[in-house]
Design a protein around this ligand. Structure first.
Ligand SMILES: [Zn+2]
Length: 409
C-alpha cells in the first residue's frame, strides 16, 4: 500500500477528497498530509447543506489530526467556497472538521475521551501535546455542542443545592436530575434569585413535570421553589443527610463546650474524640469503637446529645408521614427539655419545616446524588488546580456532570 492510500484510509477521507501527498518533516517531527479534490467537484453549503458549485478556494489551512506513531499529523487543504443560490458565497462543509476548528473531528473526539478519562486539562494536554487554551477550547466547544443538542426531558425528581466555588465564598447554585445523576442548570450565588435563575433554565414542561424537589433547609431555595414550581409546598423534601449533618454539628458544639469545661478541671477524656461522635457506629474501626465505649456515658452532655442524634435517624424509617410526625413530636419533646442548646436549635428548625421533612415518606428522595456530584466536582477542581474563573468552572461541571452528548458529529 502506498502512503497516499494509507493516509486516505487513516483519515477516513471520502470522495471527492483524496490524498495528494504525504511528507515527513523530521526536524518538526511532523507528517503533513496534503488533500485535494478534482476540478468541478460539488460541495455542500455550510449554511443550508445543499449541494453547490465551487466559487473559489480560501487560503490553504492546517488541521491537527491524530498522531501517526509519535509524529504530529497535520492535514492540509485549501477549503473550497461554494456559490449557494440561497446564501451566496459560503464556506463548503468539510468532512473532517467542524466549522472554524483547527482540529479534525477524530482529534476532537479523542481529546474529549482523554479529558473525561484524565479529568484534568493538564493531563489531557500532556498526552495531546496541545496548549492549555487549545485543550480548554475543545472542552468548551463540546459543552456548547452538547447543550445545543439537549432535549428538555421531563425530570420528575430534582434537587437544588449550592456549592462553593472558592472555599467559604462565591457560591453557585445547581439543579440536578436525581434519577439521572446529572447537573441540569447552574447559576451564580446562593440567594433566592440564584434559585430563580436556575429554575428559569428549565422548560415549561420540565417545570410542570417536577413531582419532588430535594433541598437543604435554607429558606432561599424554599422561597424560589415556591415561586417557580406549582404546588411546591407538597413537593419539597428537606434532605435527610443535610439534617443529620446539622444534628452532628450540634453534637460537636456540645462536645467542644463540655471539653472546655472538663479540661479546665484537668479531665481530658473528650479530647480528640470529635470523629467518634460524628460518624455512625458502623463506620468506626474496632479501636475507635473501643475508645467510644470507654468514654461514652449518659452522664456526659456529649453522650446525651449523641444519643438524641442517633435516635433522630429513625425519623426516616417510617412507613408514612403521619407516623414519622408522631415520632418526631416525641423526640422534640425530649430534646426541648434538655440543656443541650445546639441540639434544641436543630429540633426547632426541623419543627418549623416538619411537613417538608416527613414528606420523605411520600417521595423517598434525598440529595445523595448531589453529594456524589459534589465530590466529583471537588475532585475535578483539585486535580485541575482551579478553572481560572467561575464561568470556566461552570463549563467544566457541565462537561463532567451534565450527561451531555459532547462529540462532534
Ligand atoms: Zn446555502
Amino acid at each position: 500500500m502506498q502512503d497516499k492510500e494509507l493516509y486516505q484510509q487513516i483519515l477516513g477521507l471520502v470522495s471527492p477528497w483524496t490524498v495528494a501527498s504525504v511528507e515527513l518533516d523530521h526536524q518538526a517531527q511532523e507528517i503533513r498530509v496534503q488533500v485535494e479534490h478534482p476540478r468541478g467537484a460539488k460541495f455542500r453549503c455550510s449554511e443550508c447543506d445543499c449541494e453547490c458549485p465551487i466559487h473559489d478556494h480560501a487560503d490553504q489551512r492546517r488541521w491537527r489530526h491524530l498522531d501517526s506513531c509519535q509524529f504530529k499529523t497535520v492535514l492540509i487543504a485549501a477549503p473550497p467556497r461554494v456559490k449557494c443560490p440561497t446564501h451566496g458565497v459560503k464556506n463548503a462543509i468539510l468532512p473532517w472538521a467542524e466549522k472554524g476548528s483547527r482540529f479534525t473531528i477524530f482529534f476532537e473526539r479523542f481529546a474529549i475521551d482523554l479529558l473525561q478519562a484524565t479529568q484534568t486539562i493538564k493531563g489531557a494536554q500532556g498526552i495531546l501535546r496541545t496548549s492549555w487554551e487549545e485543550t480548554w477550547h475543545i472542552l468548551e466547544k463540546a459543552v456548547a455542542r452538547g447543550r445545543a443538542r439537549k432535549t428538555q426531558e421531563v425530570m420528575p425528581r430534582i434537587g437544588i443545592d449550592e456549592k462553593a466555588f472558592r472555599k467559604g465564598q462565591s457560591y453557585i447554585t445547581m439543579i440536578y436530575d436525581i434519577d439521572k445523576s446529572t447537573v441540569q442548570a447552574i447559576s451564580d450565588g446562593n440567594s433566592i434569585d440564584s434559585g430563580n435563575q436556575c429554575f428559569s433554565q428549565l422548560s415549561e414542561d420540565q417545570i410542570e413535570g417536577v413531582q419532588a424537589i430535594a433541598m437543604d433547609m435554607s429558606s432561599a431555595f424554599v422561597t424560589s421553589a415556591k415561586a417557580n414550581i406549582p404546588l411546591a409546598e407538597e413537593k419539597i423534601v428537606h434532605d435527610r443527610f443535610h439534617i443529620m449533618k446539622m444534628a452532628g454539628e450540634a453534637v460537636d458544639k456540645v462536645r467542644r463546650g463540655e471539653h472546655r469545661r472538663l479540661s479546665s478541671e484537668g479531665d481530658n477524656r473528650l479530647s480528640g474524640s470529635r470523629y467518634l461522635w460524628l460518624s455512625g457506629q458502623e463506620h468506626l474501626t474496632d479501636a475507635q469503637r473501643l475508645r467510644f465505649d470507654e468514654i461514652y456515658s449518659r452522664e456526659l452532655e456529649t453522650g446525651k446529645a449523641w444519643a438524641y442524634k442517633e435516635m433522630l435517624r429513625d425519623l426516616w424509617h417510617h412507613e408514612d408521614a403521619a407516623s414519622a410526625t408522631i415520632f418526631f413530636k416525641d423526640w422534640y419533646k425530649r430534646v426541648i427539655h434538655t440543656k443541650l442548646t445546639p441540639l434544641k436549635k436543630v429540633a426547632k428548625s426541623i419543627q418549623e419545616r416538619l411537613t417538608n421533612v416527613v414528606s420523605y415518606c411520600t417521595h423517598g428522595i434525598t440529595n445523595a446524588v448531589a453529594e456524589g456530584i459534589n465530590s466529583k466536582i471537588m475532585a475535578i477542581k483539585r486535580r485541575v488546580g482551579g478553572y481560572r474563573n467561575r464561568e470556566n468552572f461552570k463549563t467544566a461541571i457541565f462537561f463532567y456532570c451534565g450527561g451531555l452528548d459532547l462529540y462532534p458529529r
